[in-house]
Ligand binder design. Sequence first.
Ligand SMILES: Cc1cc2nc3c(=O)[nH]c(=O)nc-3n(C[C@H](O)[C@H](O)[C@H](O)COP(=O)(O)OP(=O)(O)OC[C@H]3O[C@@H](n4cnc5c(N)ncnc54)[C@H](O)[C@@H]3O)c2cc1C
Length: 468
Amino acid sequence: MSRILPADGVEFEFTVPVVVIGGGAAGMVAALAAHEQGAGVLVLERDALPQGSTALSAGLIPAPGTRWQRAAGIEDSPERFAADIIAKAKGEPDPAEVARVAQAVGPALEWLADRYGLPFSVVDNFSYPGHSARRMHGLPSRSGAELIDRLRGAVEAAGIDVLCEAHVTALYSDGARVRGVEVTRPDGSTERVGCGALILACNGYGGNRALVERHVPELADALYFGHPGNQGDALLWGEALGAATRHLSGHQGHGSVAHPAGILVTWATITEGGVQVNVEGRRFSNEAQGYSEQAAIVLRQPDGIAWTVFDERIADIARQFEDFRQAEAIGAVLTADTPVELARLMKIDADALAATLAEIDRLKAAGGTDDFGRSFAGSAPLVPPYRAVRVTGALFHTQGGLVVDDDARVLDSQGTPLPNLHAAGGAACGVSGSKASGYLSGNGLLTAVALGRIAGTAAARAVKEETQ
Ligand SMILES: Cc1cc2nc3c(=O)[nH]c(=O)nc-3n(C[C@H](O)[C@H](O)[C@H](O)COP(=O)(O)OP(=O)(O)OC[C@H]3O[C@@H](n4cnc5c(N)ncnc54)[C@H](O)[C@@H]3O)c2cc1C
């Protein structure tokens, strides 16, 4: 389906200056930015309603030096954020790419708030692994559904055209430039739309089993928790056009998806002092390293299952997330006053769980470090009533992709930009390097919002310059 066709002799039904493929966060932000530059914009979205992985996410976007941080007394800077990103990915990402998004994202969030009324606030009551400052920003419900709804509302209010049930199945290229796209409608009919510039905002390849098997084999059999429509079209088109790609094995996994409920259980349950045990009641890892790498670790446990164990204080923090409230509402979060009672509900060995929790009590009281290297210094004790959720590991999205420049233009293997092709969000190479452990929380929406704005602005300006 992801074909490149010759543009010679093709009659386009109509032509739009800036065409955006994909109606997730990256596409919507790019559309707003391009529209502000005065360009005509069309968003093409394969679904009946634009949602993407953005709607499935917690909607949390990391940004340094924002006014919300300042109001909360949080010191931060783009340089500090960039250092955290590079440290988590063990130096793998290109520092210039990291600096680009770390600098752009704060102003982008303030722009979305000021211009389009998105009421962001900073999450200031818990930290994510690897972030040296509290810099996650979210909307009131802390859900990606609210993020995409508000972005879609802003796009509609701006009068930008969004064509749904418009699956882009081919690009038309004349060898030098992309001239347009083929759109396939649900009834199988096709239309050809010409473009001055094209923005690929159709995310990565998490929904394409063959590509996951090739690039992320450790999660080939894992639950894919992202949007199924993300089939790797940007990657396949880019490769066919000679684009440079990088870090295709990089991805965001998650080691805490309620199973079988299929609901994300926030990692605050761990960072605030909870632990994971396997079905034998034993711990098996340093959970505090990060949720992304924890996906494959959980999947290696018996039955591919773990239990996240925490307490009521932590549950109260987790309740700011719509997902967690849902998990509680459907009974996925168990409650008990003693480890033995909790083990009975979990249907696991009571002595083993009691011994594990007693060891956690001891480590917390002593401020000690366990055999896996997790430090419990300063961590509040777990006190009854205890809570537990049965979870598994999942693939959330891929982080590798097309290499882009300062204008989010796609580069070829020599580093030369393809003149009118841009990529943002999961379509572009992220800043997480080649491993799951390189994913710093929020790296997904970071490149969606930051590169989306850059791509939209640059594409519209380039089209304007060419027509002047
Ligand atoms: C459960 C979950 C929780 C997450 N939580 C967070 C979080 O809190 N913070 C964070 O930073 N990241 C998070 N992420 C990652 C984040 O959701 C993604 O990185 C981000 O949404 C990517 O945005 P995007 O616009 O690139 O892609 P998407 O939002 O997936 O949008 C891509 C769109 O392109 C459309 N599309 C694809 N192919 C075509 C085609 N050929 N033609 C037309 N349309 C097409 C799709 O239908 C889709 O609507 C989470 C991911 C998951 C799965």
